[in-house]
Design a binder for this molecule. Structure first.
Ligand code: ADP
Ligand code: MG
Length: 358
């Protein structure tokens, strides 16, 4: 992967499309400094920006990675070659380490967090003085009716949105202290995402999607293949590794997104309504996968849901209403059904209504 060439190609395509650095940055919700860094080959765009960037520049993902136009007839051959290059290119020192420490250290600490949205006519306090802490290996759910502030809270933790006040500490780092540029690499290093919409890149196979994430994270090439094969075996998707996302089911896609999230070994996996677009069987499989990741890999998962069925897989539930955490529940020595019933009761008490059950 030739960062300078890619940067030059981004710059040329941006100009061809009549955009200034500023305009492109604005469309992507980042700073123009970041765009300038890509264009001079000093940094690569964040993985989450690949698809929107390609759309805006009217190029394919393969062309972005190649840093040049690829004629249709060469597409397959060229994309394989590219992936090989991406995966095998040595990108600096080995930063990969296995997390064996399963002591209950704190992964996420939130203190007095607030978010106020102000428009000309209205002021909305979407999140009001929320504090909580999540320790390593826990599967924590945030429940609440639509409009209660769940996504706003998750986006602040995801470093996508800035808090109005308060403190967020992830893996011991206070994220308020990080610059816009540091945030992109922080996300890459410490966070994994499984969002309803945040899916796989269409022009890459499942294997390539995961390999790309690992390579961007600078995992050494020898480790990439084995990591993917191991995880795919454990999650039961070995047979679909060489299929393209459009060839597999929604549930399989989400499990692939899970592997991609976990494979880079992030401190915290964030999921916003991850089962929202799945049928109940696929939803159950995805939730089992999260549970397994927490138990076996000491992954830590924070999942937003408005669905009691999904919530009953969690170890702990925080209930949000009107921007505040109104109650929390910890799963005791009880099965999913018993926990399900307690969640229903708590939800009904808080909202005075019947929650959503799928
Ligand atoms: P949830 O995810 O629980 O449905 P949200 O976090 O999306 O809730 O929204 C919480 C509140 O904040 C809602 O009243 C919503 O209208 C408001 N809100 C969310 N995003 C914005 C925004 N960008 N500008 C203004 N108000 C917003
Ligand atoms: Mg939401």
């Amino acid at each position: 992967m030739d960062q300078k060439k890619i940067g030059g190609f981004i710059a040329a395509r941006r100009k061809d499309n009549g955009l200034t650095q500023n305009q492109l940055a604005e469309m992507l919700g980042i700073t123009d400094k970041a765009v300038s860094k890509w264009e001079t080959g000093k940094s690569m765009p964040d993985l989450s920006l690949f698809c929107p960037l390609c759309d805006l520049l009217h190029i394919t993902l393969n062309e972005l990675l190649a840093g040049e136009f690829i004629p249709d007839e060469n597409l397959k051959e060229k994309s394989n070659q590219l992936l090989l290059e991406v995966v095998t290119s040595l990108l600096g020192e080995d930063r990969w380490e296995n997390q064996t420490d399963s002591s209950a250290s704190s992964v996420l600490k939130i203190k007095n967090i607030r978010k106020v949205y102000e428009t000309e006519s209205t002021v909305t306090e979407a999140v009001k003085d929320v504090s909580f802490e999540i320790t390593k290996g826990r599967f924590v759910g945030i429940m609440g009716a639509s409009g209660s502030g769940k996504t706003t809270l998750l986006n602040m933790i995801a470093t996508i949105d800035k808090a109005t006040s308060g403190q967020i500490e992830i893996d011991g780092h206070d994220i308020a202290g990080l610059s816009e540029n540091d945030l992109a690499s922080f996300r890459r290093e410490h966070l994994g995402f499984v969002f309803q919409e945040y899916n796989l890149l269409d022009t890459l196979t499942v294997y390539e999607n995961i390999a790309l994430a690992l390579t961007i994270k600078q995992m050494p090439k020898e480790t990439v293949k084995q990591t993917i094969i191991d995880l795919a075996g454990k999650l039961g998707i070995s047979e679909i590794l060489h299929k393209f996302p459009y060839e597999i089911s929604g549930g399989q896609r989400q499990r692939c997104a899970c592997i991609r999230a976990i494979a880079t070994n992030p401190g915290l996996i964030l999921a916003d309504e991850p089962t929202g677009a799945l049928d109940s069987h696929a939803a159950a499989q995805l939730l089992e996968t999260f549970v397994m990741l927490c138990r076996k890999y000491t992954a830590t998962v924070l999942m937003v849901t408005h669905d009691v069925f999904s919530a009953s897989y969690c170890d702990e539930i925080l209930f949000m209403q009107d921007g505040k955490i109104k109650a929390s529940l910890k799963r005791e020595q009880e099965n999913k059904q018993e926990f399900f019933t307690r969640i229903l009761d708590t939800f009904a008490k808080i909202t005075g209504g019947v929650p959503y059950v799928s």
